[in-house]
Design a protein around this ligand. Structure first.
Ligand code: TXA
Ligand code: MG
Length: 378
């Protein structure tokens, strides 16, 4: 692939932010690719109405072109130009959650190029809750298609550094503005049929969606198909959410995730660590741990006990995921820590996954992919 000269815009180190965002917005309108922060993960944007811009996105990411993109808007007037047959309850959901980490799928209008929607007759739309993203789209003046700004097969980027790692010299602009708040991609809800169906869980949960439907007196509730979608592949030619049929990021290391009590999981981790260290032939074997601070208080004394079998620092790479009482920090760190464990050369990653809290369903959904199904309740 020919190298592109990427223009870096670091908003933490820029005297005229407004002007820089304006320049990138104008470039988007004319067909350039611009990576930008949102509240979920960084996106790689292109003019949603221009097929040549969308081709550049697929090329930069190395993404199959039948995997449709989410179209980002900065106000409701942009929605009218891309989507149709929008039911009244959809407006209530959009008013309740936008701008925010939720994407809605509608019947698309004819003007949206097929390549943007992977050939589907529907279009996924989101209004992101991030001042830079909203300004950028406003300056572009057109809806902006943006998948996550990672190379296909890598985890979604949650910092400007991740985007640089994956897309430097592959895109026209990278706007860097620190860490993303949520850390996992948006909830995707299909509103193009008779009933709302969650295609990808995210920060906006079924409970939150149902609360709005009840409040507005609709006799409707959302259905989940996050796991069913993967199975649909076997039986349907077109899965409801095409992205689900592609292999998702799984680190080089073998990932094992567990839910259950801290005591049980830490006792298991102690056994695994001890075994690995006693049986290893090469001294560089490294285990990544993603655990809560409460877990570390249990595990630390357990493994200092086995120090005499030479548990060197370089055998373990420990990522602390905050308190067990909240799943938000875990979600915020997940993709960052998976990237980091790979960088550290971990052979295995052991994870204590949260099974309660608002973010737990989305976390378990992403972990199920990273762990290739090895998510175990003990
Ligand atoms: O939080 C997010 O949603 C981020 C930020 C950048 O906004 N974007 C993102 O895009 O995660 P991407 O392309 O990585 O994931 C889009 C997902 C895919 O699983 C895709 O198959 C699904 O949305 N999708 C897009 N258009 C669709 C459609 N018309 N019908 C069903 N699923 C669709
Ligand atoms: Mg993605």
């Amino acid at each position: 692939m020919t190298k592109i000269k990427t223009k870096m815009i670091d908003l933490n180190n820029n005297n005229d932010k407004e002007e820089a965002i304006k320049e990138a917005g104008k470039a988007l309108l004319l067909g350039d690719t611009v990576a930008f922060p949102t509240e979920t993960v960084y996106g790689l944007g292109g003019n949603a109405m221009m097929a040549s811009a969308i081709e550049k996105i697929y090329k930069a990411k190395g993404r199959p072109s039948d995997n449709p993109l989410i179209v980002h808007i900065s106000d409701f007037s942009m929605l009218e130009s891309i989507a149709e047959s929008i039911l009244p309850y959809a407006y209530d959901l959009m008013r309740a959650f936008w701008p925010g980490p939720i994407t809605f799928v509608f019947k698309k209008k004819a003007g949206v190029p097929d390549i943007t929607t992977g050939g589907l007759d529907t279009v996924a739309v989101r209004m992101p809750d991030h001042p830079v993203a909203l300004k950028l789209i406003k300056y572009a003046g057109v809806p902006i298609a943006a998948p996550s700004a990672n190379l296909s097969g890598k985890p979604s980027p949650t910092s400007g550094a991740h985007v640089v790692e994956d897309l430097m010299h592959k895109v026209d602009y990278i706007i860097s503005d620190g860490d993303t708040k949520v850390g996992l991609e948006s909830t995707v809800v299909d509103l193009s049929g008779d009933l709302p169906i969650v295609l990808r869980p995210g920060a906006i949960t079924d409970e939150m969606i149902n609360a709005i439907l009840v409040e507005n007196k609709y006799d409707i509730i959302v259905r989940q198909t996050d796991d069913a979608v993967d199975n649909d592949e076997e039986t349907e030619n077109i899965p409801r959410s095409p992205g689900m049929k592609y292999k998702h990021y799984a680190p080089e290391a073998e990932v094992w995730a567990y839910t259950g009590s801290s005591n049980d999981i830490m006792a298991l981790f102690r056994e695994i660590i001890l075994n690995k260290i006693e049986n290893k032939e090469n001294s560089s074997c490294k285990i990544g741990l993603m655990i809560f601070t409460e877990d570390w208080e249990i595990l630390n004394p357990l493994i200092s006990e086995i120090n005499n079998v030479s548990l060197a620092d370089d055998n373990l790479f420990i990522c602390l995921e905050g308190s067990i009482n909240t799943s938000e920090f875990f979600a915020h760190q997940l993709f960052h820590d998976l990237r980091e464990c790979d960088r550290q050369g971990c052979e295995q990653i052991l994870i204590h996954a949260p099974h309660t809290g608002d973010m737990s369903r989305a976390i378990l959904n992403r972990l199920n992919k990273a762990a290739e199904g090895r998510v175990i309740r003990i």
